[in-house]
Design a protein around this ligand. Structure first.
Ligand code: S5P
Length: 266
């Protein structure tokens, strides 16, 4: 199937090269799954990626939770991710002023040199997006920012008025790839999608085939319902990496997400 047929209006409306790249990979793998690779050893990360790479379209990392991190091991990990056709998304949740965010793209982890996408809060104002873009620009690379418009955790402070302002500012900025929405609440997600329109991505954590409450205030909704409500990518962590058979779990999430996309555009 052509990506334009699978993605419908999103294919023509979301014109950023990174969005097109994601939609193409998702189409080839028939998977709208981003693996939240929340393992804290390099060996665990390699093992996970090897098992689930064919079933997922992107890889989300938290570079600062790895116990035995080294630049060499991380370089090899990112190379393997690129070879598995995965966009690399560092979920750093930047929140500082523009110039500091730019500097934080460098430092020991040098996020600007290997990430394709990063998350940011817009709490400090829109210059953070320019700061992050300057970070990629400093090493001759391009990337996209996912702004947190909603969160999946209970009691979070991203209230509807805040969400509305994030969407207003984010949709107008070329450096913004899209938004993080709350995958655990399809109704909230549908509201977010109508505010965002068709031109930007919405990626959603808080998704699990076992709907309900997770650890420490996490909440989970159904993957297919999230896609039907307007999500373009389901971010799945423990549903895959804590499964007895991560490859089979990843395939099940891929199928649930792909079914949702075909139904949404059918
Ligand atoms: O609102 C949010 C935003 C994010 S990016 N809620 C989240 O859970 N996340 C991330 O998604 C979180 O940092 C974690 O890496 C992943 C969810 O993991 P799971 O194990 O609950 O599926």
């Amino acid at each position: 199937m052509e990506p334009s047929a699978a993605w419908g209006v999103r294919w023509s409306a979301a014109t950023s090269p990174m969005a097109k790249r994601y939609m193409e990979v998702a189409n080839i793998k028939q998977s709208l799954v981003c693996l939240a690779a929340d393992r804290n050893t390099m060996a665990g990360l390699f093992e996970l990626m090897e098992a689930v790479g064919p079933h997922v379209a992107a890889l989300k990392t938290h570079v600062d939770l790895v116990d035995d991190w080294s630049p060499e091991a991380w370089g090899a990990f990112c190379k393997a991710a690129n070879e598995a056709d995965l966009l690399i998304f560092e979920d750093r949740k930047f929140a500082d002023i523009g110039k500091i965010s730019r500097s934080q793209m460098a430092g020991i982890y040098d996020i600007r040199s290997w990430s394709d996408l990063v998350t940011a809060h817009l709490i400090s104002g829109p210059d953070i997006v320019d700061g992050l873009q300057a970070g990629w620009n400093d090493v001759g690379r391009t990337g996209g920012v996912l702004l947190l418009a909603q969160m999946s955790s209970r009691g979070n402070l991203l209230h509807p008025d805040y969400t509305r302002e994030v969407v207003e500012k984010g949709t107008a900025h070329d450096g913004v790839f899209g938004f993080i929405g709350n995958g655990s609440r399809p109704a909230e997600l549908a509201t977010l999608r109508s505010a965002v329109g068709e031109g930007k991505m919405i990626w959603t954590p808080g998704v699990n085939l076992a709907v309900g409450d997770g650890e420490m205030g996490q909440r989970y909704g159904d993957p297919t319902e999230a896609v039907l409500a307007g999500s373009d990518c389901i971010i799945v962590g423990s549903g895959i990496h804590k499964a007895d058979d991560p490859a089979a779990a990843a395939a099940a999430y891929a199928e649930a997400s792909w079914k949702g996309l075909l139904q949404r555009n059918g």
